[in-house]
Design a protein around this ligand. Structure first.
Ligand SMILES: [Zn+2]
Length: 212
């Protein structure tokens, strides 16, 4: 009886470990549901909601077994927000990129990096870049770019589960304030945590939900 119990427990542990490393429709859906929820108000940069979003992404990286590249997962920067009225001053807010790394295993090639990225911010309630004619409504941004962010989280999880097979190191990054003029990615390139020469490839996922 006891033997069966332990065998069953082992099976459960290995089964749950296995399913977590897979990219599943259910998990993608859960991420998108969270990112596009009413509470997250269209993922506008700055403030408390932004903090909730970056905590969600950083916790997910951590749970998947990715390590921070600096002292934590957050790369803080100031974002100047777009304004419709060009004569008005642009408000500045504090926002973040969320950055994590998986170290490669090859003694030489691990010093080379591949970067996989997606921006997590969206337009909030609309504003200058909105295509909607409705003013002041929550823009959930399911495709732009909850789709890319969810893909980033799921691919990161799967890569982490296969870390022992990686030759080169992989940096994964969720960019902030993209809709305000590519501010997060610009900040990352101007303040890179590794030498830019070490980065050999960057794959960006923006609006991967409709594949058009
Ligand atoms: Zn986008």
């Amino acid at each position: 009886m006891q033997d069966y119990f332990w065998a069953f427990l082992l099976l459960l542990i290995s089964a749950s470990g296995y399913s977590q490393a897979e990219v599943t429709t259910e998990e993608l859906h859960d991420h998108i549901e969270f990112l596009t929820s009413k509470e997250n108000q269209g993922r506008y940069p700055g403030g408390k909601i932004n903090q909730v979003l970056v905590d969600y992404i950083a916790s997910d990286f951590e749970n998947s077994g990715l390590k921070p590249l600096s002292k934590n997962y957050l790369q803080k920067f100031k974002a100047e927000l777009r304004v419709s009225d060009k004569t008005k001053k642009k408000p500045k807010v504090k926002t973040y990129n969320v950055v994590a790394v998986l170290e490669g295993n090859h003694p030489v090639l691990k010093n080379e990096y591949l970067v996989l990225g997606a921006h997590y911010d969206h337009l909030g309630h609309g504003g200058p870049s909105s295509k909607s004619d409705k003013l002041n409504t929550v823009h959930p941004g399911a495709d732009d770019n909850a789709s890319g962010t969810s893909a980033l989280l799921e691919i990161s999880e799967r890569l982490a589960a296969h870390q022992s097979e990686l030759k080169r190191s992989v940096i994964v990054i969720a960019f902030g304030a993209e809709e305000q003029g590519l501010l997060g990615s610009t900040y990352f390139v101007n303040n890179p945590p590794v030498f830019l020469e070490q980065i050999k490839l960057m794959i960006n996922m923006d609006m991967v939900g409709r594949l058009n």
